[in-house]
Design a protein around this ligand. Structure first.
Ligand code: KG4
Ligand code: ZN
Length: 338
């Protein structure tokens, strides 16, 4: 299928044209970081206004770059939720209008399902089921059992902060600009990950839940000590990052001990982290479970992953162009919106 993807769940205004859920003919994204950076976080009202200003041009841009016109498409795929309601509404309204006007099928995609299929975009890798996904983003940290494109079950989640949120908040403590994840990643390369022993969340025997707020709080208290005051920021960044990575890899070990998997994937914005990628691939080697990581471009929010998920979910994701509503709290299990 040739699909136009639209993603506006947070602060990226993204469109893409994707063939068969794997070949990207166009990938357009306007990052709004410059508008939000001075507030130290995403301001929902600014995000929706920016989507409104940017989306029509982003749709035209994607079609032009892919050298296709609306009638040549097999459908339009849009993120229906979860996310910021004001942001989602802009993408959903636009997709509905395009689908209604062109008579093309409309596919409603769960944003998180999009992340799970990102490792199969432009990598030549096809999903083998069941696979285990470690989904780590600014809003979520979870392990997902993917039995098929439409049978997805969360098997573990964070008790508090998402991994990306912990990166962003810790970066703020270190005086780094927003979004802090990539900043910590960069800084950590010159730091010693063993310099400071930040606590790792220990789950009960056999449990898979994770927690990241304790690591962040430990960094905060450490920075207030004379030792913390004198510490090199790069060492703090590297040690914090190592603690987060350790917890995530431990949960992969635990989850794969509980059920058999044919593959594992790492996805979400934090999947772009170089230390996490290296640890994940080393874990894959050690465990003998093939591990797949998206191209860096498809780790963070993008529209190609929305088209990739819609393509694989097919009829289950079909939605009504007259009635589809954005749902900021879209349940995870949800694979159709009709
Ligand atoms: O998936 P995403 O683009 O948006 C959400 O759905 O949340 O993820 C954004 C998150 C942010 O918290 C950002 O700091 C984090 O991903 N991130 C990283 C890196 N690149 C992005 N965290 C650590 N290292 C990175 N290289
Ligand atoms: Zn995301």
């Amino acid at each position: 299928m040739l699909l136009l993807g639209i993603e506006t769940s947070c602060d990226d205004t993204a469109t893409a044209v994707v063939r068969d859920g794997r070949t990207v003919l166009a990938d357009v994204s306007t990052n709004q970081d410059a508008f939000h950076a001075k507030f130290g976080g995403i301001v929902p009202e600014i995000a929706s206004r920016q989507h409104l200003a940017l989306l029509s041009a982003a749709v035209e841009d994607a079609l032009e770059r892919a050298e296709v016109s609306l009638p040549m498409l097999d459908g339009i795929a849009v993120t229906a939720g979860p996310g910021l309601v004001g942001s989602l509404v802009i993408g959903v309204a636009s997709a509905k209008a395009l689908a209604f006007a062109s008579g093309k099928p409309l596919y409603a995609v769960n944003h998180l399902h999009g992340h799970l299929f990102a490792p199969f975009i432009e990598t030549g890798v096809e999903p083998e089921y069941p696979f285990l996904a470690l989904l780590v983003s600014g809003g979520h940290s979870q392990l997902v059992h993917v039995a098929s494109p439409t049978d997805l079950r969360i098997v573990a989640r964070t008790r508090d902060d998402a991994a990306g949120e912990a990166f962003d908040k810790t970066a703020r403590l270190l005086g780094l600009p927003f979004p802090g994840g990539p900043e910590i990643d960069r800084l950590a390369r010159t730091g010693d990950p063993k310099a400071i022993a930040f606590p790792r969340h220990r789950a009960e025997k056999g449990a898979l839940d994770m927690s990241f707020s304790g690591i962040k709080t430990a960094v905060k208290y450490f920075l207030d000590t004379p030792e913390g005051n004198a510490a090199k920021t790069a060492d703090v960044a590297a040690s914090f990052q190592a603690a987060v990575v350790d917890v995530l890899i431990d949960r992969l070990d635990r989850a794969t001990a509980l059920a058999p998997y044919r593959a594992a994937v790492l996805s979400g914005g934090v999947a772009a982290n170089s230390a996490l990628q290296a640890a994940f691939l080393a874990w894959s080697e050690r465990s003998g479970i093939p591990g797949h990581v998206p191209h860096r471009r498809f780790c963070t929010d993008n529209a190609a992953m929305i088209a990739a998920a819609a393509d694989r979910q097919g009829a289950a994701a079909l939605a009504d162009a007259r009635t589809l509503a954005a749902n900021p709290n879209l349940p995870f299990a949800f694979a159709h919106v009709a």
